[in-house]
Design a protein around this ligand. Sequence first.
Ligand SMILES: Cc1ncc(C[n+]2csc(CCO)c2C)c(N)n1
Length: 219
Amino acid sequence: MAKITETMRKQSQPLWESSFNHPFIKQLSAGSLPQQTFRYYLKQDRYYLQNFADLHGKIADQMDDPDIKRFLYDGAKGFNDSEKEVRIEFFKELNITQQEIDQTEIAPNAYSYVTHMYHELNEGTPARAAAALLPCYWLYNEIGKRLIEAGSPIKVYQQFIETYDSKAFTNATARMIEIVDKLGEEADAQEQEKMQTAFLRSSFFELHFWEMAYRHEMW
Ligand SMILES: Cc1ncc(C[n+]2csc(CCO)c2C)c(N)n1
């Protein structure tokens, strides 16, 4: 039988293709993405990343397998240390002040995405929540791999691309795929379908995250 992540990846292909071809990504690579748009993205992504780390911990609490537990706890912590450091650097380079951060309200799509992930955990199961986390790793890794060759003429955009093509990040993505496959094997057919839906919805919110930033979406 096909691995559950193979099915998920196939089902989400049209959404992922739209992410690869989104003007945000095309312009990030070409260097023509307005800095204001990238600033907007970073400020919104801050909310996302905080909640993403928090969710890793909450899902880990509910996992039985000690290796999976450790990976997820490390993921929550690893984000706090390394990815956050990169972001703090971006904030400095783009003069995003603490005051500006404090004054930024979470935008509709970021709110919906985060709410979706908590819903999968709180009203669903840890396996569905883990499936909801996976596009975050996997889509960004595929974007990183696609963009790395051409790179970007803008320094911060280039740094952004490099973050997601790194060996450490590629390994973390592979491990997260393995985890979701294992949880899929342990699930019955109905639960597998719910995991697939959780993955597909996150893929939708990933696509709309670019669109949200591109349009500077507001309530
Ligand atoms: C909307 C959105 N989706 C995915 C990522 C990428 N990302 C965020 S945390 C993490 C895991 C480990 O660092 C990854 C891959 C992002 N930044 N913003």
